[in-house]
Design a protein around this ligand. Sequence first.
Ligand code: NAI
Length: 466
Amino acid sequence: MFNVVLIKGDGIGPEISDAVVEIFESAKVPIEWVERQAGLNAIDKNPTGIPEETLEAVEKYKVALKGPTTTPVGIGHKSVNVTLRKTLELYANVRPAKSLPGVRTRFDNVDLIIVRENIEDTYGGIEHHQTASVAQGLKLITRPGSIRIAKYAFEMAKLYGRKKVLAVHKANIHKITDGLFLKCFYEVAQDYPEMQVGDLIVDNACMQLVTNPERFDVMVLPNLYGDIVSDLCAGLVGGLGVAPGGNIGDHCAIFESVHGSAPDIAGQGIANPMALLLSSFQMLQHIGLQKTKTRIENALLETLRDGIKTRDLGGKANTKEFTKAIIERLVPMEIDELIEPSPLRIKSELLPTYKPVEEYCHGVDIFVEYPGGIPKVPETVGNLKLKMISNRGTKIYPGPMPKIWLVDHHRCRYVARDETGNYKNIGDNEIFDLIREVSAYGIKWVHIEKLQLFDGELGYSKAQGE
Ligand code: NAI
């Protein structure tokens, strides 16, 4: 028997959760539910919408199935999902998109899995106003995070008999951040010689997905592209009503449908439980109950082939009728309901994520606020020489002034070189001197970034040095 935490959520959550519980009971799935609350109906226990006992149960039992929870707009608690994801370090968001019989779409043979990195990228929410008219968000891509998600994607692909793993990125533009993601992907790929590997730029991937989605198998993406592309893929196979997902970490995993709490239809008994049921299939696979999963999946596919669907998919069945139809199509269980394949557990602490490297700081970008054209900053301070000034990434000094709009936020790049023209290492005091000197010129500095070289190991590209 497996203990699984059941969080029914709010809105249509309880209706669709009850449908899954009923199907599991009829299928005699060896799972004992441990019910806990989250969302609107748990606010009296904890203003975050996540009572301590819910968190403790997920940590203790390691696997949870969760119905949708409402996030109040503008007021109240943060998204329960985001909080759970971050608190429990659920780093992999796994979203399969598979064509289903009777669900009308433009394509018939889509069967792909999106593996989205779930913690990093711009989702750290590290954002600042730089000037009154310029805001900045930091996109953080890390080597451990990228190795871990690539490893997860390959391990999952191997375990589920997939053939091809594709990294999706924008490393042609984000050379350092996405470049690092891609570098880590190919590093991990070396351990899976049996797998076909490749990479695609995200815009090209989107175009190919909407024209020829059948050619895709497993895709691994940084957080933001993963968020967008996974919804695109949900659209390819019939929309949110059939889109499942799992948020998976080293220690625990939460499976839930992609759609929300659908307050417009809550309590009417017409919600489609399919996305939560598909999420429960992912959960069964995760804990190793592959045969049980296939048996219930076959009953669902039979139901759909027989034209029984809920209203959101153009059918007439309500939640209970649809659930009953699936139960009626369950074939009797075989005695040897074997546990296979082995559960998918990837321990990131075992992964070789850090490499000792030598670090060099050879310069600094100092960002300044200056509303009146090119800021008049010093040309030289100690070893540091002004190399260029850019505005929104376009060089405006030295050389001809491009015909661009100037905002009041400039990046002034200073680098240090030795007599032979090679980069020279600098210390913090030289940077402090530079900041003081810029201030003395009457220019307001906003922030600085060190220009660092890591022995060529960590995704350094010319873009940073130039
Ligand atoms: P939603 O996904 O709840 O609803 C969008 C539309 O799809 C509605 O017309 C709804 O009736 C329909 N729909 C959704 N699921 C359905 C189902 N299973 N069967 C039939 N029709 C279905 O998105 P919305 O309205 O933007 O969000 C409502 C609330 O849910 C918000 O508070 C939002 O923050 C929350 N939410 C929670 C999620 C979660 O807990 N995983 C995910 C997304 C949103």
